[in-house]
Design a protein around this ligand. Structure first.
Ligand code: CA
Length: 259
């Protein structure tokens, strides 16, 4: 049977061409970050889908492609993927709906969205639907790979229940302590809760609404900029004196934490 390439046989999704696992002993030394990571790409532009597949296979990811929403959703529900790359605009079921359906069924694999340049609304609804991060089309493959690495790492290193770590920032949930490179950081209870929520989703862009729901719950007497204010406090404490900044502002969308 013919597999891989761009030809897209009708029995979709198919297992990748160059990236099949047979004969991989040769590559054991080349510790590709994608080793053993199964990725499903749902993208209806055939040329782009083929390019993404080839680039990821070169990084040793194990890649399947689906060219429309229905087949993408079916594949995501039936096979055990480590990461999904989901285009937003897709024939028959869009990427946001796919993401919402997967989360509704309790599937937690990281989802990276591909969104249009002017699609800020798409980004926000994608993240609210449970996507973890996004890249804006047209994107550089280096950026796609960087985001993918961050998300697959999260999948491969299950967190210690009492300790969260992002770069050199460590949150001890038992002692209620934050340290950066060993230096103790004094945090208020609310700052700690905000930092904990961000660190439970490393590499993931979180919208203001998600942060509000998680950290402030049902307090309705909030100023609308409370999230920004607290992120500012937090940034002063954890990033201000440091070379490498961990807190990232995603303009018009929200915030993310990551090395
Ligand atoms: Ca599309």
């Amino acid at each position: 049977m013919r597999v891989g390439g761009w030809g897209y046989p009708p029995d979709f999704p198919f297992r990748g061409g160059w990236g099949t696992s047979a004969g991989y002993a040769d590559f054991a030394i080349h510790v590709g970050l994608g080793e053993d990571v199964r990725v499903l790409v749902v993208e209806d532009e055939e040329r782009l889908a083929g390019l993404i597949q080839r680039v990821l296979q070169e990084e040793r990811y194990d890649v399947d492609v689906a060219l429309d929403g229905a087949r993408g959703l079916a594949a995501a529900l039936t096979a055990d993927y480590d990461v999904l790359i989901l285009d937003v605009m897709l024939p028959n079921i869009d990427g946001i709906e796919i993401c919402r359906t997967l989360r509704g069924r309790g599937l937690t694999m990281p989802v990276l969205m591909l969104t249009a340049r002017d699609g800020v609304a798409d980004r926000v609804s994608g993240l609210d639907a449970g996507a973890d991060d996004y890249v804006v089309k047209p994107f550089a493959f280096a950026e796609l790979l960087a985001r993918l690495r961050a998300l697959s790492r999260r999948r491969l290193d299950p967190p210690d229940a009492n300790r969260l770590q992002v770069g050199d920032l460590v949150l001890d949930l038992v002692r209620h302590e934050a340290r950066r490179d060993g230096r103790l950081i004094e945090l208020t209870a609310r700052e700690f809760a905000l930092l904990e929520f961000l660190m439970r989703h490393p590499g993931q862009v979180l919208t203001r609404n998600q942060i509000l729901d998680a950290v402030w719950r049902y307090d309705s007497n909030l100023a609308s900029n409370v999230v920004d204010t607290y992120v500012h406090y937090l940034r002063e404490k954890i990033d201000h004196h440091e070379q490498s900044k961990l807190l990232r502002t995603v303009r018009g969308v929200g915030y993310a934490i990551g090395p």
